[in-house]
Design a protein around this ligand. Structure first.
Ligand SMILES: Cc1ncc(COP(=O)(O)O)c(C=O)c1O
Length: 374
């Protein structure tokens, strides 16, 4: 089955991992700091690595102080973790609808959803196109909330020339194999605010602090440390950080290849009846993570089944998050976000990854055209 996304691994990745395995540090060593410095070059803000994109969200919400009684305004057109990691901290998740074309959080809907209890407004850069953070920032600031960008799809993208990583107070990344770069499992949080970076570092290290300026007792001895707030062990090992740094060196090439393949889909699928191609935004220079088409006339399920039967691993991104029984059981009902639901009803992600060959892409295009009868 041709996958919808997959990693690109070469000899430089293997060399970097083997070198880390032979070093003194499998975890908590120098390669973690190196990878964080490399990430900062791309994200434009200091980065704290963690074990995956879900724990990046959990750590980011914890650093934002999200707790019981708080509200988090977010989009339903995302992987469940964007919402569930806030719910696990006790927050009430408030879903606001999405823009019809990009499927990103609609600033007007977010504005209508914020209250004095909103602690975080969390956008998602769907398919790699950044959300409209300029408008969302005004909304989050006027509500006294922090702005979070779930950039699991969009590391390497820019918005009005500014890198994803600088657009929100907290930006989370995932390095799962289907993402723009991979560490197997892995993630990071970027923040433009030093106090949040410090909280993130402490949270991902089980809450441990050794900073003499912070210790309540300073006369115990050199071994002494304290925990002032609960945290978890979310540390990314050096072996994976080494892979991340090697991958980042090729991020520009990955972006160029994804742009080439997306432009090729645009060209080869232009004018096909019953098909709508993904939205563009003039302000964005996106890292094209997904190629999300819309299948019209109620044929999405049929097209999905027939492409899969032909060995083409298309994917649906995403089931509206509040449809999951865990939210349904909390009282969330279908119909809450009609734009997201009609987007979901038509959405289909075609294969897109750096190592996708032109030949395989041609097969996707020909099979899809054949099904749609053009
Ligand atoms: C939008 C979004 N948010 C969060 C995540 C969670 O990332 P991970 O799979 O690394 O935990 C993903 C990845 O599946 C994602 O696509």
């Amino acid at each position: 089955m041709l996958p919808y996304g997959r990693q690109s691994i070469d000899g430089s990745d293997v060399e970097a991992v083997v070198a880390a395995l032979g070093s003194d540090w499998l975890t908590t060593g120098p390669r973690v700091a190196d990878f964080e410095a490399d990430l900062e070059q791309v994200a434009g803000a200091p980065c704290v690595t963690v074990t995956n994109g879900t724990t990046a969200l959990h750590a980011a919400y914890a650093a934002a102080g999200v707790t019981t009684g708080d509200e988090v305004v977010t989009t339903p057109m995302t992987f469940v973790a964007t919402a569930s990691s806030a719910a696990m901290l006790g927050a009430k998740v408030v879903f606001a609808d999405v823009e019809q074309d990009t499927a990103n959080l609609d600033p007007a809907a977010a504005e209508a959803a914020v209250t004095s209890r909103t602690r975080v407004v969390a956008a998602v850069d769907y398919a790699g196109v950044p959300a409209d953070y300029d408008r969302l920032r005004k909304i989050s600031e006027s509500a006294g909330a922090l702005l979070l960008g779930d950039a699991a799809h969009s590391i390497g993208s820019t918005w009005r020339g500014r890198p994803v990583g600088t657009l929100a107070d907290l930006t989370t990344f995932s390095f799962f194999p289907t993402k723009n770069l991979t560490t197997g499992e892995g993630g990071a949080v970027a923040s433009t605010r030093p106090e949040l970076v410090e909280r993130l570092r402490t949270f991902r290290t089980v809450g441990v602090t050794r900073d003499p300026a912070k210790l309540r007792r300073t006369d115990e001895g050199g071994w002494f440390y304290e925990v002032h707030e609960f945290g978890l062990n979310y540390r990314l090992p050096d072996v994976l950080a080494a892979l991340g740094s090697a991958q980042l060196r090729r991020l520009g090439r990955f972006k160029a290849r994804r742009a080439y393949l997306s432009a090729r889909y645009d060209e080869l699928l232009a004018g096909v009846p019953g098909l709508r191609l993904p939205a563009q935004r003039a302000e964005a220079d996106p890292m094209r993570h997904l190629y999300p088409v819309r299948i019209l006339d109620g044929r999405r399920r049929e097209v999905y089944d027939r492409l899969r039967a032909a060995g083409i691993g298309v994917q649906i991104n995403y089931i509206p998050v509040y449809w999951h029984p865990v939210f349904e059981d909390l009282g969330y009902r279908r119909g809450m976000c009609p734009v997201a639901e009609s987007f979901y009803a038509e959405q289909l992600s075609l294969p897109l990854f750096a190592d996708l060959s032109d030949t395989d892409q041609n097969r996707v295009v020909e099979t899809l055209r054949g099904i749609l009868g053009s």
